[in-house]
Design a binder for this molecule. Structure first.
Ligand code: DC
Length: 219
């Protein structure tokens, strides 16, 4: 049986950075489910598709799969590696909207469950502990204040040489929190059996160590 760690939390909480490091430490595969929703959003943006009904129809034409290159997850959309295009704010904002669509979620759920059944995974997202992997060996709810999350995103963009507006970033984070937490299907919430980690005043290493220590208790 494969071992599964689920990490959920709001945008910018550091899930992918942390999940990647935890996976490396335990020699697990890191699965970034947000990137799958982003690939779907990219598909919809490129096709100019919006509105729930049209999204429900069109999402079945988006064939999304993942593979690993040098340990890094690559997302393949209809045969093309789109990994480099997924982190744009525009794509993230669209993903937050289109991921509320039930057909989109069903389309991606199968891929996520298959990966977790076949591999030891650290999987991050919004509904991993509550919906995708309800029997995960360890569930973490990783959060931080919206201000700290906006600061981190701002720094990340500036370091990449991308122009960034702090207030706009914080505003987008608050809007996305609301969308992700208030949607009807698989909203972001802490699973009852998840361990809460608030990283506002913690370093990356402290968070990784805390999660690995939690895993040692349950494995
Ligand atoms: O973690 P992220 O910013 O890459 O996620 C992009 C969007 O995808 C996020 O706003 C909500 C959605 N998402 C989701 O609904 N369920 C997941 N398991 C992962 C992401």
């Amino acid at each position: 049986m494969s071992m599964n760690i689920a990490i959920d939390g709001p945008a910018g909480a550091g899930k992918s950075t942390i999940a990647k490091k935890v996976a490396k430490e335990l020699s697990f595969i890191y699965v970034d489910t947000g990137a799958m929703y982003r690939a779907m959003a990219l598909y919809l943006l490129e096709k100019g598709i919006s509105g729930d009904e049209k999204i429900s129809e069109a999402c079945h034409d988006a064939d999304i799969s993942i593979r690993y290159e040098n340990g890094e997850q690559q997302v393949i959309l209809n045969g093309k590696n789109v990994t480099a295009f997924l982190r744009k704010e525009e794509v993230g904002n669209m993903a937050s909207v289109s991921s509320a669509n039930p057909e989109v979620r069903t389309h991606l759920l199968k891929l996520q469950r298959n990966l977790a059944a076949e591999n030891n995974v650290v999987m991050d997202g919004r509904d991993i502990g509550t919906n995708v992997l309800p029997n995960a060996d360890l569930k973490i709810y990783l959060t931080a204040s919206s201000k700290v999350r906006a600061e981190r995103r701002y720094k990340e963009l500036v370091e990449k040489g991308v122009e960034a507006d702090f207030d706009k970033i914080e505003e987008d984070i608050i809007i996305r929190d609301r969308q992700d937490m208030e949607r009807e299907i698989a909203p972001l919430k802490q699973a009852e059996d998840a361990v809460l980690v608030d990283s506002s005043d913690m370093t990356i290493e402290e968070v990784v160590d805390a999660i690995v220590a939690e895993f040692e208790k349950v494995k």
